[in-house]
Design a protein around this ligand. Structure first.
Ligand SMILES: C[S@@+](CC[C@H](N)C(=O)[O-])C[C@H]1O[C@@H](n2cnc3c(N)ncnc32)[C@H](O)[C@@H]1O
Length: 360
């Protein structure tokens, strides 16, 4: 028996328009990324209506490329165009979401991910056929973009929103505690904390040599002597974690990418002192498609998961949890690692993540 509904011409028409719109917008994401990276949005936000030659001169860029880019900006509606004077203008309401000055609201910054993921499309397609994963080493610019993203979402609100999730934390950091950031990437968060709280000691651990080198370089530039970076594969952290060493442990979007997330969490439990605090930022998916359909960035997050988070874990012969593993499974893993006191928080500026405060 065939249960499928009959062909509906109106639905087909609607779907073809949806695809055309998607084609336009997926192309636009590259142009938005270039607008961000080249500084064009930043420069245009300071200008009145101007010709392409004037914009190129101020941005110190090639005019032919700038004019073509402006074509995409005008046809998409991002930039206003006067056909009389042949001049272009970035409205203030748009600048509020595409410039560095916009800080946490700069959505153009995240558009860089399209190019980062696009670069591994061949390898991902091969995995669709053969299974396995694509390792970090294949992702050109991943750690650079990740550090920028982390700067925008985490650093910008570290003192105002994130540390206050644990009321006693600021006082403890001032007095002097031992903190570990697991899967620290380029280490921008601990470098910032190390400069804010000289009485405390900070350690960052990560698999990536490139990210660890970035962290060390920044720490040296800031003349920090209370931070250390350790390159380490944390897949055996349940065995290798130092016993009851740290008062405060963090993971910023790094658990679901691990090869062995449960063993890493068990290591965190072991490394945390009694009454210590573990702060975990992780994606607020649900693992249930009917729920994830309501997430404003659901499609984006499943795409990033398929082409990055899941695949880098599978490349380590790991679990490949995927970014959307969600709150229920996160709590289940935390319980299995030994944690029972878990509070889930959300921050208004960060619609992508949950912020779990976990006490030992
Ligand atoms: C999404 S990034 C987050 C980086 C950083 N916490 C941030 O917010 O910018 C995930 C990090 O987990 C690290 N990672 C993945 N698997 C790992 C493993 N087996 N051992 C240690 N680190 C690992 C990656 O190198 C990467 O830096």
């Amino acid at each position: 028996m065939n249960n499928s509904p009959p062909y509906n011409a109106a639905k087909a028409e609607y779907f073809s328009s949806f695809l055309m719109d998607t084609l336009n917008k997926s192309a636009l994401s590259f142009m938005l990324s270039i607008g961000h990276r080249s500084g064009l949005f930043d420069k245009m936000s300071e200008m009145d209506f101007a010709t392409s030659a004037e914009i190129a001169r101020v941005a110190q860029l090639n005019v032919r490329y700038v004019r073509e880019w402006l074509g995409a900006m005008v046809t998409s509606g991002v930039v206003k165009y006067s056909s009389e004077s042949k001049t272009y203008y970035l409205p203030k309401e748009h600048a509020a979401f595409v410039t560095r000055q916009a800080g946490v609201n700069n959505i153009a910054m995240a558009m860089q991910n399209a190019a980062v993921l696009g670069e591994v499309e061949d390898e991902i397609l091969e995995c669709f056929i053969k299974g396995g994963g694509v390792p970090y080493s294949k992702f050109h610019r991943f750690h650079e973009v990740m550090a920028e993203e982390s700067g925008q979402i985490v650093l910008s609100s570290l003192e105002t929103h994130i540390l206050p999730l644990v009321p006693e934390l600021t006082h403890q950091l001032k007095t002097g505690i031992n903190m570990l950031d697991v899967g620290c990437g380029s280490g921008r968060v601990i470098n910032k904390l190390a400069s804010l709280y000289p009485e405390s000691q900070f350690t960052g651990m990560d698999l990536s040599a490139e990210a660890i080198a970035n962290g060390k370089e920044e720490a040296a530039n800031l003349n920090l002597n209370n931070v250390e970076f350790i390159r380490k594969d944390l897949s055996d952290f349940d065995q290798t974690a130092p016993e009851a060493e740290y008062d405060f442990i963090t993971t910023f979007d790094s658990i679901h990418d691990q090869g062995q997330p449960l063993l890493v969490l068990q290591g965190i439990y072991r490394a945390l002192k009694k009454d210590g605090i573990y702060l975990m930022q992780d994606i607020n998916g649900t693992s249930h498609l009917e729920e994830d359909k309501k997430h404003p960035l659901g499609t984006y997050l499943y795409t990033v998961s398929c082409m990055h988070c899941m695949t880098v874990s599978l490349a380590q012969n790991g679990e490949g949890l995927g970014a959307m593993w969600g709150e229920a499974l996160t709590k289940d893993y935390l319980n299995r690692a030994g944690f029972t006191k878990i509070k889930t928080n959300q921050l208004a500026h960060d619609i992508i993540n949950n912020w779990y405060v976990i006490r030992k």
